[in-house]
Design a protein around this ligand. Structure first.
Ligand code: SF4
Length: 476
């Protein structure tokens, strides 16, 4: 247990690949002995303690380096429910220390060459390279404070290597033309409806095609989940290819859980080759909620913010993460998930700002059963000037059975079904389907009237047949 952070370390400390010189090994050992007990440091070799209010973010089971996932449950981690969410603690302490602005910088993934090695030596080497005079002597600093000189010449270059160059700025898309039918429709200002079709558990595509064709006349684009709930199914890429062949604009979801930085970039390039241009970046559900035996519950390579940053640069700057040039850049319209109810609205808004700055152009939210409960979150987004920078599609769902309603309410982090809605469903009896559709239509219309909501994303949860009725009734 660390002294300054109540978090245990999720994983053992990393080990360097190669044997380091004796001096470096001694320094690494000293750093491990000091930072481990104090901050719960796991020696990732890419220290971000200053940005995370001196709590090691690597205590998060998902290894997220840029903020919390959508699963935070009242401040507790859903992967390991016996302890607080690392990022909730980081946010809380950052707020106490007035360092929230530090949480906006898009931080790089681990450079695994440095994992397990010391960072202090790197700091000293960088300071020497920049010239100690330029940092420590007032005449060399040219009016800057010692703190700002250290930040500019030492800390920033150490945490933001040349292959990443993350910042806290908004980067508008560099491409003028809409990259997909979904982007075109959202830009037109019309209220947009997208839907999710669950990928099949089998290798046959007949039923998948049926479902796509069923929803196609009513929606602008169709999402395909990527191993949702950590359950293996047909891949999102394969389903997206099927949808594309049927003339439907697919939204391919990619989860960090099952990918690393290499597969992400390969998938993005491949997606374009099969006519897929909408990509939704997610950290992904933990295998904790998936079937047993469970796979590795750590996500160690990239997070959703880093995915957006990498893909945006592939499209706008025409480079891979390693700097290689891409002659024919991928056409991408980038999306991210939003969990408006997972944490305090102001902190969630910061998280969204970071995603938008990194490259998110549209958001699809968790399920919303009480449209008015979105208001505090929308107000915060508005305050940060985000409503003009990102399209927001609120997630809604018709519930097929009362059992499913209770399951979602009790088990899915960030999803709450208000008591009056639950009562209407419970009292409906034989009219359950009718009542459930009526509730969904009411919610859709309420959401449509909200400032900042540019569309809805319908997740039928296996009840695709209900979708045409919902959309037709909402249009009447
Ligand atoms: S996995 Fe999610 S809930 Fe758990 S510590 Fe990490 S961000 Fe928090």
């Amino acid at each position: 247990m660390a002294l300054f952070t109540p978090l245990r370390r999720w994983q053992p400390a990393f080990r360097p690949f190669g044997r380091q010189p004796a001096g470096k090994r001694m320094l690494a050992l000293t750093e491990r002995v000091v930072k481990g007990p104090l901050f719960g440091c796991r020696m990732c070799g890419n220290c971000l303690l200053q940005e995370t209010a001196f709590i090691c973010h690597m205590a998060c089971p998902k290894g997220l380096r840029n903020g919390p996932c959508g699963g935070v449950n009242n401040g507790w981690c859903y992967v390991d429910p016996t302890r607080r969410c690392a990022w909730d603690l980081i946010y809380e302490r950052s707020r106490r220390m007035h360092r929230e602005h530090k949480l906006l910088e898009v931080l790089p993934p681990v450079d695994w060459d440095r994992a397990g090695t010391e960072t202090w030596g790197e700091v000293v080497r960088t300071a020497r390279k920049a010239g100690l005079r330029n940092i420590f002597l007032p005449s060399g600093r040219k009016g800057k404070t010692l703190g700002s000189a250290l930040e500019e010449h030492v800390f920033r270059p150490v945490r933001q290597p040349g292959w990443w160059k993350g910042d806290s700025e908004y980067h508008p898309p560099a491409v003028a033309e809409p990259q997909s039918a979904l982007e075109r429709e959202l830009r037109s200002g019309r209220f947009v409806i997208t839907a999710e079709v669950t990928p099949p558990l089998t290798a046959a595509t007949a039923r998948l095609k049926e479902k796509i064709l069923l929803v196609k006349p009513y929606v602008t684009a169709v999402n395909f989940t990527d191993g949702s709930s950590a359950v293996p199914r047909m891949s999102s890429a394969a389903c997206s290819a099927v949808a594309s062949s049927l003339g439907t604009d697919p939204v391919m979801q990619i989860s960090a859980r099952d990918n690393n930085r290499n597969s992400l970039q390969s998938q993005a390039i491949g997606a374009n080759a099969i006519g897929v241009h909408n990509i939704l970046c997610l950290s992904g559900d933990s295998p904790r909620i998936g079937p047993r035996p469970r796979s590795n519950m750590n996500i160690v390579d990239i997070d959703s913010v880093q995915m957006l940053w990498i893909l945006r640069r592939m499209r706008d700057e025409g480079i891979y993460l390693d700097g290689r040039e891409i002659k024919n850049r991928p056409q991408l319209f980038l999306g991210a998930a939003a969990a408006p109810f997972a944490l305090d609205a102001a902190l969630q808004a910061l998280r969204i700002m970071k995603k938008v700055n990194a490259g998110a152009q549209f958001l699809q939210t968790n399920l919303v059963f009480d449209p008015d409960s979105l208001d505090p979150w929308l107000e915060q987004l508005d305050k940060l000037g985000l409503l003009d920078k990102v399209f927001i599609l609120a997630g809604i769902s018709p519930i097929k059975t009362l059992k499913l309603a209770r399951y979602l309410d009790d088990n899915i982090p960030g999803v709450t079904i208000p008591a009056p809605v639950m009562k209407r469903l419970a009292d409906a009896g034989d009219r359950f389907a009718e009542e459930s559709v009526a509730i969904t239509v009411e919610n859709l219309l309420k959401l449509k009237a909200k400032k900042g909501i540019t569309g809805v994303h319908i997740m039928p949860l296996g009840w695709e047949d209900a979708l045409p009725y919902i959309i037709q009734q909402a249009a009447d």
